[in-house]
Design a protein around this ligand. Sequence first.
Ligand code: UDP
Length: 309
Amino acid sequence: MRFLVSGAAGFIGSHFCGRLVADGHEVVGVDNFITGNRGNLEHLEGNPFFRLEEHDVTTPFTGRGPFDGVIHMASIASPRFYFAHPVETLESGSTGTRNMLEVARRDKARFLLTSTSECYGDPEVHPQVETYWGNVNPVGPRSCYDESKRYAEAMTMAYHRVHGARTAIARIFNTYGPRMALDDGRVVPAFVDQALRGRKLTIFGDGSQTRSFCYVRDLVEGLVLLLFSEERYPVNLGNPEEMTILQFAERIRGAVDPTLEFEYLPLPQDDPRRRRPDIGKAKRLLGWEPRVSLDDGIRETIAYFRGLR
Ligand code: UDP
């Protein structure tokens, strides 16, 4: 089959393209490289089943099809970068989603939107189920990301309802692994880089806020299963193993150098207090659940960041 993937040069996009090509599919990847990195796709260079095009999803995609599937991953997903580029973040979720949906409509292709657990904002329901509507600050610093994804979900459902588009929505929870950008400010690359440099690990707030970390290989497996399913409504994909940021810092420290110290910095505004996916729907519908342990995932991630040095 033939797929169009936006955000192909991103962290998850590059793994996802690699997986589709490994499964025998043909992929056209597009990226405007605002946060994506060509180096992430080195492993597919010269592969006749993969082509990378520089393209900004906020302009219509007129490239030749037809495609059997369109996957809209293009997004500025790390808080540091979306704080720096709020307008572009809103645009890739709004205009970008519409443009990619148009390709799916043109080609009668399956469409997959990679949405986010941020749709739940700072959740009052725990763990988060897909039927929870969320608790999002519409004007706070994270709103450019959260609301663009909520709009993207609404637009995706509208194309399904109005045009009968075969759409799918994945709500992705914190994901980590090789090819995360070293400077993107997210907790995994931040802690690993600090640990490898022998610096203090920067804990925002008192570190009691929680996250649940999914290894990228597991996430990609879930995305592929969802892509080939018939589901229309959002499906959570993430690892339900929840921990505090302080516990996570201890795991990274333990894996690199147990003598490292912590430095406590102010908690960013609207930083969600807790986050953990309820993956009951993905289990029932797709037979999917994460398999990679945090220890194994951390080991592979640290090896990748060591290799960059
Ligand atoms: N965080 C931290 N130190 C860092 C970077 C992040 O304590 O150097 C915290 C951040 O405040 C949040 C959690 O780690 O509570 C996850 O942050 P990240 O930016 O990775 O993603 P988020 O889940 O907030 O989108």
